[in-house]
Design a protein around this ligand. Sequence first.
Ligand SMILES: [Zn+2]
Length: 426
Amino acid sequence: MKRAFVCAILLFMPVRSAAPSHARRLAAGPRLAESVQVRAALEWFDRNLSWINDAQARLTEIPAPPFQEEARASAVSELLSESGLPARVDKIGNVIGELRGATENEIVMLSAHLDTVFPAGTDVKVHRNGNRMTAPGISDNGSGIAALVAIARALEFAHIKPERTLLLVGNVGEEGEGNLRGMRELVETYGKKLKAVVVLDGSGTDHVTTKALASRRLEAMITGPGGHSWSDFGMPNPINALIRGSMRFINTKVPANPRTTFNLGQIEGGTSVNSVPYEAKIKVDIRSENEEELRRLEAALRDSIAAGVRDEMEPPRDRSKGALEWKVELLGSRPGGELSPDSPLLAALRTADEFIGNQSRTERSSTDANIPLSLGIDAISIGAGGTGGGAHSLQEWYDAAGREAGLKRALLTVLGIAGLEEAKSR
Ligand SMILES: [Zn+2]
């Protein structure tokens, strides 16, 4: 399957033509797009839209459930390597393609997460109708991954030499319990060398995420001895206790400002309808614009579960047949942070927006950018162009119309912050 995939990609590879060797390079900034090389890269997008769409469909059809991103990672690695960016896979599964800059110890990273929320076995076949594609993960993050490999190809086609080293990364572990582990690893590896991170996540050209939404993922678990529905009636029931506790938690008041939310997202427990279960658990996602509200809500969950267990242990029935135990565990924590409004990265994005005639609104969201932002490293998350919807659902769709604007915006932003090699000597 993989071999067939690679062959198909090769078939769609555009024929490479030589870029002018005497091209005049201009300094980064508003004149970036006047560089012959940069123009060549921008035009590459216009001329290779069907290649990009095909790459997106093929990569989306390689399943990438949480913690099982290997197959998609190796396909992305091959595509980056074919584009002339030597790619390696790090110890936790991130694919890293490198375009070495004149100033090697300063790094600008462009990343797109490889993983999806969909479990193994989900039908990820892409259905295509003109520009419109439908499949789980097609937009989040099929569009981001496609943009990553397209940008690699455009950079190579145009023989662009950046001032700072560019890393093009397909990273693991963005969704759910991945807990941003891919980005955590990257930030730890490159540390202080990292000057900026641009995250491609989902579709669109309408927004730029400059504020990291802090969140926690928690699991509450209640356990008991378990028994028979008839002969052990009265024995404390973990599912009852979990329902009682959850009802209390659902009634917790949260402020509209700072916006604070919670979601009971996954519940499991019990083994059969005629058994008193020995275990029940629930996963809860809490988010807030404010760390203090987050702590308050986490405490409310613990108090509610404890109270649910107490309620269940109360009369009217004989509760002498054992007791319940409970715990609430932290599955994941995403730190908050904000990009300074006068950061050079945001200026580069605004310049790119101006070039493509785009206006984007700033947003607060929970993305891979949370990690660098929480550590004071400049980072943004943007869409990869086109439009999409139904993220995280089986009806997820992506419409490629106009996607070149998003690709150009991403490339110009990254080059705006990385600079071109000869800019310094001018
Ligand atoms: Zn995503």
